[in-house]
Design a protein around this ligand. Structure first.
Ligand SMILES: NC(=O)C1=CN([C@@H]2O[C@H](COP(=O)(O)OP(=O)(O)OC[C@H]3O[C@@H](n4cnc5c(N)ncnc54)[C@H](O)[C@@H]3O)[C@@H](O)[C@H]2O)C=CC1
Ligand SMILES: O=P(O)(O)OC[C@H]1O[C@](O)(CO)[C@@H](O)[C@@H]1O
Length: 384
């Protein structure tokens, strides 16, 4: 069976590739990074290493690569033959690969291919695959859409594994944490008979993705922004600081109370889940930069993202969101030269009123919340 995977980066090679290979797929990675694509085509395999005391190595074989910047027609040809399509490319990049996926669908239609296939976006976002579907459909004619409605699924998914930036001589080598969880919304699949082992299929993804995004991602980002505020550059150093750890625990208490109220998780199970997450962030075998975990702060400040959505929903339910607000204040002080969005945010704060920047970045219209964030930002500036 054949898989086409967009994004041969950290999670692409370090998690999705591993899982597809374990399920006996021949994998075609699609990426614009020439060095990675050349290495995949030279060696047709790469190694993953677990970041724990075992240092276990896992080989991923039967892989090749296509540079979509240079050879888009080869990507369309691969999509024509694919049994599954996956992405781990970044939420903002999905719209750039959508035209190619649309051409792949048109090529399958031209072949009268009735074989059903799922396109699964493995990105840290709510509704990733459905959002990709919208982009893809914007490039299709009505008859193509009808064909796609019958044969192509876009099931949302949640993927969880910490894969930091990689700095090895071998450009394909990836060091990953041992923990991994990939959940797919079964109700949105076109080909539910194709189930991957080691992937969990849920009748409703929402509780899973919210639990993951508002615990792992809100929590990790809190360590990054609080750590940066205190002058750290590395997640391990930041979380070793009792004040950063305390802020993480306060934030997780707030998102936990919301998740328990909303999805009726058992408190003791959820607390065990949170404890495990903190242990994952403290993993001494991983070296993770704050610049990576805090990357693209404007995206992370979004209306449906890991901070503003739990704040909005906690407010609606009369639950506390004090610590979340404090972290949001610190996000606006995140000045990271390696991150373009952080620089854009700092520029915005110099050129426009604070009120305007908060409205623009969060999409909020709630005056009280906007005022609260203003106060929280001012406090973060004073205490930096
Ligand atoms: N690294 C992690 O621990 C996790 C990441 N994710 C999600 O996975 C996605 C990817 O994250 P990472 O692997 O960390 O990033 P990454 O930067 O390592 O990988 C992204 C890859 O996409 C490629 N790319 C960028 N623009 C492209 C384009 N137009 N066409 C083809 N390829 C293009 C890049 O060259 C890169 O190889 C993100 O949405 C992230 O939220 C989800 C869970 C864990
Ligand atoms: O990819 P994003 O959304 O920038 O966020 C990075 C996140 O990815 C992870 O590595 C895994 O979900 C988290 O540790 C981190 O919070």
């Amino acid at each position: 069976m054949k898989a086409v995977h967009f994004g041969a980066g950290n999670i692409g090679r370090g998690f999705i590739g591993e899982t597809l290979a374990e399920n006996d797929f021949e994998i075609t990675f699609v990426d614009v990074n020439e060095k990675i694509i050349d290495a995949l085509n030279e060696r047709h395999g790469y190694t993953i290493q677990l970041a724990d005391e075992t240092q276990k190595k896992i080989n991923v074989d039967n892989v090749s690569g296509i540079n979509n910047g240079k050879d888009p027609e080869k990507v369309v040809a691969a999509l024509k033959e694919a049994d599954i399509v996956t992405t781990a490319i970044g939420p903002k990049i999905l719209k750039f690969i959508a035209p190619l996926i649309a051409q792949g669908i048109q090529a399958r239609k031209a072949d009268s291919n009735k074989h059903k296939v799922d396109v699964i976006a493995c990105e840290n976002m709510i509704g990733g695959s459905q959002s990709l579907k919208k982009e893809v459909y914007s490039h299709l004619e009505p008859a193509d859409k009808e064909y796609a409605d019958q044969t192509i699924g876009f099931p949302n998914a949640a993927v969880d594994r910490i894969v930091p930036l990689q700095k090895h001589e071998d450009p394909l080598f990836v060091s990953v944490e041992p923990f991994k969880e990939w959940v797919v919304d079964e109700s949105q699949m076109a080909a539910p008979e194709l189930k991957l082992k080691k992937v969990h299929y849920a009748p409703d993804l929402e509780p899973f993705i919210e639990r993951k995004l508002f615990s792992v991602n809100t929590g990790h980002a809190t360590v990054a922004y609080t750590g940066k505020h205190k002058g750290y550059d590395n997640i391990g150093d930041a979380i070793a600081d009792p004040e950063v750890l305390q802020q993480l625990k306060r934030v997780l208490k707030e998102t936990g109370d919301l998740l328990i109220a909303k999805w009726k998780f058992e408190r003791k199970d959820h607390e065990a889940y949170q404890k495990k997450i903190i242990g994952r962030f403290e993993n001494k075998y991983l070296s993770d930069e704050i610049a990576r975990v805090g990357r693209t702060p404007i995206r992370k400040l979004g209306y449906d993202e890991r901070f503003i959505r739990p704040i909005r929903e906690a407010k609606e339910r009369d639950l506390s969101y004090k610590a979340l607000l404090e972290t949001v204040g610190m996000i606006y002080t995140f000045d990271e030269p390696k991150d373009d969005e952080s620089q854009e945010l700092q520029k915005l704060l110099k050129e426009e009123s604070l009120n305007e920047v908060i409205r623009k970045t969060t999409g909020l219209k709630d005056e009280k919340l906007i005022k609260d964030i203003e106060a929280s930002y001012k406090k973060a500036v004073e205490t930096k």
